[in-house]
Design a protein around this ligand. Structure first.
Ligand SMILES: *[C@@H]1O[C@H](CO)[C@@H](O)[C@H](O)[C@H]1NC(C)=O
Ligand SMILES: *[C@@H]1O[C@H](CO)[C@@H](O)[C@H](O)[C@H]1NC(C)=O
Length: 588
């Protein structure tokens, strides 16, 4: 009788509480999310995307254990707007992060522009489910608005519990003779010779005006001083770039100023591993979301000693191989801590390789975009926006899967929303679509019928996935003004200046002609119809855009001294991160 009553209890328990049980199990299995993101890495730089002389075993291993996305696109060809779209799932024009100007990424930490606080990042969705979150490396989406520490654009505003890294980007603030000054001089000496010349001409003109009685003594002094001071401003800003931008933060405090590039990759790896170890120890019942946002492979190429000369491709190749090694260290850390089976991993790059980039000695220092035309800053060119992307999720994504369907980095917000079982924000347009159906092979076709390719605030190209057959039509409305017989500009094909509109659009079937070599004849009715369809979709898309403030307008990006933050001791350019100060050997 005793036994049978236990039996009855057990049956009752099973009958009455099965859904509760499923629910708690479901919550416990919310996956960890590891995002690894490179800066300016080209699709031609990676082994599993067809480069057989570079070694990128870590990135390749993600593809081997999961999926390779061969047609994964960023929403912009440069970092600031592209990263904004990645985090928010929206075209950068909607958040005001698309730039109407020649400068397309935030130049100063102490500027006012940045990702508006009312935008929702995928991190915030994960926070709704209690995720423990961190970002290590590059942010580049702004810092403060009105006062130095209001931190209205800081990572902590967007759901990150922990931040270690730079608010801005790796912009050669200091680095082994490759400072921005040296590099700008190598790129355009006449620009810098022009500054003293301007001052001399200004002073002479004021003197002549005084001589002829047009100016009095005061007027002369005023104009002469102005002629000297004005050209000095850009000189001082650039010459002392490291004063303004060369800072590493830990959460909301500057811990290092200027940044030491030596051993930096190792320090970032150490930070990533510390996050994971701390997570396992102190947050055992919550999943994590870790965003490893490398400063590599952007110039200055700060390759560690261990990787100097190891690749077949000079300083740039060494840098790529080091970044791959660093990514591998994080993957191994996840595995060592026993979290691999329940971790979703995504590797990608914020835009394509920068074809025109050079180092301080004028040697090529940018990435390679394989069979795709163009590169960074060219919004309509696949070389600028098709990025090497690999994803794995043990037990959920079939190892070796290859997805050739067009997908977008904007898809990450809805993908994460679906993974953590939280609805996407309902009060705004989300342009991304969850990739889970494709990744789990529930569907074989993309949910994006159309994707629009912006250069700054203008649509320069659009893509259409055909309903039937295997076609992806791409229309160019503008084409970069390349140097004669080349596929690049002198520094970058900037959006307002180097993207003239075409008289008639040019269309390719990029699924079957990935290098865009054979334009389709748009006078043939079937192609004319496709073009009309794309134009119509483009019009509807444009009608859906609400005019918002441009975060990258001149006045929002110009340097504001009162927004500058300094070391905790109140002195500029004078602190070393205490965590790594005495510890030159970094234990990995
Ligand atoms: C492979 O990558 C290296 C550096 O990343 C580059 O120099 C080389 O040109 C690439 N090879 C091809 C075939 O793109
Ligand atoms: C970098 O690491 C090496 C070897 O681990 C060490 O000798 C050197 O002092 C470190 N430099 C910095 C700036 O940490």
């Amino acid at each position: 009788m005793h036994h049978s009553s236990i039996f009855v209890y057990v049956v009752l328990l099973l009958v009455c509480f099965p859904t509760n049980k499923v629910n708690s199990a479901d919550d416990q299995t919310l996956p960890n999310i590891l995002l690894i993101y490179a800066d300016d890495l080209g699709i031609g730089d990676i082994g599993c995307f067809g480069n057989d002389t570079i070694r990128t075993p870590s990135i390749d291993s993600i593809a081997a254990q999961g999926a390779k996305l061969t047609h994964h696109l960023t929403a912009a060809p440069v970092c600031t707007p592209s990263r904004a779209a990645f985090l928010t799932g929206r075209y950068p024009i909607r958040s005001g992060m698309a730039s109407p100007r020649r400068v397309t990424a935030l130049p100063f930490a102490a500027g006012r522009g940045g990702l508006p606080a009312n935008e929702t990042a995928f991190t915030e969705l994960a926070k709704e489910k209690g995720y423990h979150t961190g970002i290590i490396g590059k942010w580049h989406l702004g810092m403060s608005c009105e006062t130095a520490s209001d931190y209205c654009h800081h990572p902590k505003r967007f759901g990150f519990d922990y931040f270690y890294g730079t608010i801005i980007s790796n912009t050669r603030f200091n680095g082994d003779g490759e400072e921005i000054m040296t590099w700008l001089y190598a790129f355009n000496p006449s620009l810098w010779r022009g500054l003293p010349l301007t001052a001399i001409i200004g002073v002479l003109t004021s003197w002549i005006l005084k001589r002829f009685g047009v100016l009095g003594n005061r007027g002369f002094c005023f104009l002469a001083v102005l002629s000297i001071v004005l050209p000095l401003i850009p000189y001082v800003l650039v010459r002392h770039w490291l004063w303004f931008n060369s800072m590493f933060f830990r959460n909301d405090e500057v811990v290092e100023h200027p940044v030491r590039f030596e051993n930096m990759t190792k320090r970032l790896v150490r930070e990533g591993l510390d996050f994971l170890e701390d997570h396992q120890k102190n947050h055992p019942n919550t999943p994590f979301l870790l965003f490893m946002s490398w400063l590599q492979v952007h110039t200055h190429l700060h390759t560690g000693k261990e990787f100097e000369g190891v690749s077949k491709h000079g300083p740039y190749g060494d840098n790529v191989e080091e970044m791959d090694w660093a990514s591998g260290q994080i993957l191994k850390g996840v595995e060592r801590l026993g979290m691999k089976e329940n971790t979703f991993v995504y590797f990608s790059s914020d835009n394509g390789g920068h074809l025109e980039e050079t180092d301080g000695k004028g040697r090529r220092a940018g990435g390679h975009n394989g069979i795709y035309r163009g590169g960074k800053v060219m919004g309509g060119m696949d070389g600028g926006i098709r990025v090497p992307t690999t994803v794995m999720w043990p037990g959920k994504i079939r190892p070796g899967l290859v997805i050739d369907e067009p997908t977008s980095q904007m898809d990450m917000l809805p993908t994460i929303a679906e993974m953590v079982n939280v609805p996407v924000p309902q009060d705004r347009i989300i342009d991304g679509k969850s990739m889970l159906p494709l990744l789990t092979e529930k569907e074989s076709k993309t949910n994006h019928s159309f994707l629009f390719h912006y250069c700054g605030v203008k649509i320069v190209a659009a893509r259409y996935r055909s309903i039937k057959g295997n076609h992806v039509f791409k229309v160019h409305y503008a084409w970069p003004k390349w140097l004669p017989n080349s596929g690049q500009c002198d520094f970058a094909c900037s959006c307002p200046d180097h993207h003239p509109w075409l008289e008639t659009p040019v269309m390719y079937d990029i699924a079957n002609d990935p290098s865009e070599k054979t334009p389709l004849d748009i006078t043939i009715p079937k192609y004319a119809k496709v073009l009309e369809k794309i134009n119509q979709a483009k019009k509807e898309h444009m009608d859906s855009i609400e005019q918002v403030e441009y975060q990258q307008s001149f006045s929002n990006t110009v340097y504001r001294p009162w927004l500058q933050v300094w070391c905790p001791n109140g002195l500029p350019v004078n602190c070393i991160d205490p965590k790594f100060k005495d510890k030159v050997e970094i234990d990995l």
